[in-house]
Write a protein that binds this ligand. Structure first.
Ligand SMILES: [Zn+2]
Length: 359
């Protein structure tokens, strides 16, 4: 089972992209394509298939290399995206040279107007179920880099304007020359398990009040400065639920540019089972057996994130015994899994199938 946004078909060419001559040759190559990000949204085909659109330079009037961010060289892993408006149909995914991304706002007004006729803007997560793993990974990278530039226009040291350098993978202050690089916030996400006295193993899932009805997810939270990932797992579970865990075990990771995270998946074993969500932002939290998880409706749409400010405090304690009578089906999805594109869904499913965890 591979995770969405984690199947990159591009070589980032980290060393070569610093060479301006090399970068220009990639930029001007007729088989190089460009994707566009507009206010965090990607450009897709007008139809209901939502194919990501990658354009040639000739479709983007007066485009300069300095306004673009280099994404990478095509490794030929397989099919991605679609190019619209070109008469040359010889350009296919297999012979694409390199990919760049450009912020829609940096395009000429006339070019912007043309793009609006070519496709439609959508949030990546809303159409992820329609995308290939390769397209999802490219779009996630593009979205993350454009977001970083948008939110780092000024030097963090002296406050003066900074400008994009190194093919868009760094910004240099125009005054003090301070160089900053794209940031990714690490967040731990953990499948907490416990074998109860009745001999049944259960996992700990919570829900945020702003999520769609019935959706439960593994717990998650950002890593604090000066903290190991394992410490973050233990602290976050304790803060959110008052459950004590030990032995965090790393499983896998997933890029999560919503807006700028990488999710680091763990399992952990609980040494206590009483849940208290009164001190944090969960709306509810429960222990679920594998049998119960099997009856969950499998979510396919977006609706989960780790926005720690979006929750509400609920002043009560959920006892560990409240795990009975889970009923769910497509018509009445009382409980549903977190979105299928998320590492949460992966961790829960893998644990349900006894692929991860101790119990
Ligand atoms: Zn500065």
């Amino acid at each position: 089972m591979s995770l969405m946004y984690a199947n990159m078909p591009l070589d980032r060419c980290t060393n070569q992209r610093k060479n301006k001559r090399w970068l220009m040759s990639e930029f001007t190559h007729q088989n190089t394509l460009f994707c566009i990000i507009n206010d965090g949204m990607s450009l897709f085909s007008h139809d209901n298939i939502f194919t990501p659109l990658y354009l040639t330079k000739s479709q983007l009037d007066s485009l300069s290399v300095d306004s673009c961010i280099y994404l990478g060289k095509n490794l030929g892993k397989g099919y991605f995206g679609k190019n619209l408006g070109e008469e040359d149909e010889s350009l296919t995914s297999t012979n694409v040279k390199s990919l760049f991304v450009v912020d829609f706002k940096k395009l000429r007004f006339s070019t912007q107007a043309q793009l609006l006729n070519l496709g439609q803007w959508q949030n990546l997560r809303e159409v992820t179920p329609n995308l290939t793993a390769l397209d999802a990974s490219i779009q996630a990278l593009a979205k993350a880099l454009v977001y970083w530039h948008t939110t780092h226009q000024y030097c963090g040291k002296c406050g003066n304007a900074s400008r994009s350098v190194e093919a868009g993978h760094a910004r240099r202050c125009t005054e003090c020359r301070n160089v900053s690089f794209p940031r990714t916030d690490p967040a731990v996400i953990m499948l907490v398990e416990h074998k109860f006295p009745d001999g049944i193993a259960r996992c700990l899932l919570g829900r945020n009040a702003k999520w769609r009805a019935g959706m439960y997810s593994t717990l998650a939270g950002f890593v604090d400065p000066g903290e190991t990932l394992e410490e973050a797992v233990i602290r976050e579970v304790l803060e959110e639920t008052a459950v004590v865990v030990e032995n965090p075990q790393y499983i896998t990771s997933q890029p999560w540019p919503f807006p700028a995270s990488v999710m680091l998946g763990f399992t952990a074993v609980a040494t206590s089972t009483t849940i208290d969500i009164s001190q944090d932002d969960l709306e509810d939290c429960q222990w679920f057996s594998r049998e119960q998880l099997a009856s969950f409706y499998k979510g396919t749409n977006a609706g989960i994130n780790i926005d720690k400010n979006a929750g509400v405090n609920v002043d009560h304690t959920v006892e560990a015994s409240v795990v009975e009578s889970v009923e769910a089906n497509d018509q009445n999805p009382e409980y549903r899994l977190s979105s299928s594109d998320s590492i949460s869904s992966y961790l829960i499913t893998a644990w349900k199938n006894k692929e991860i965890g101790q119990y």
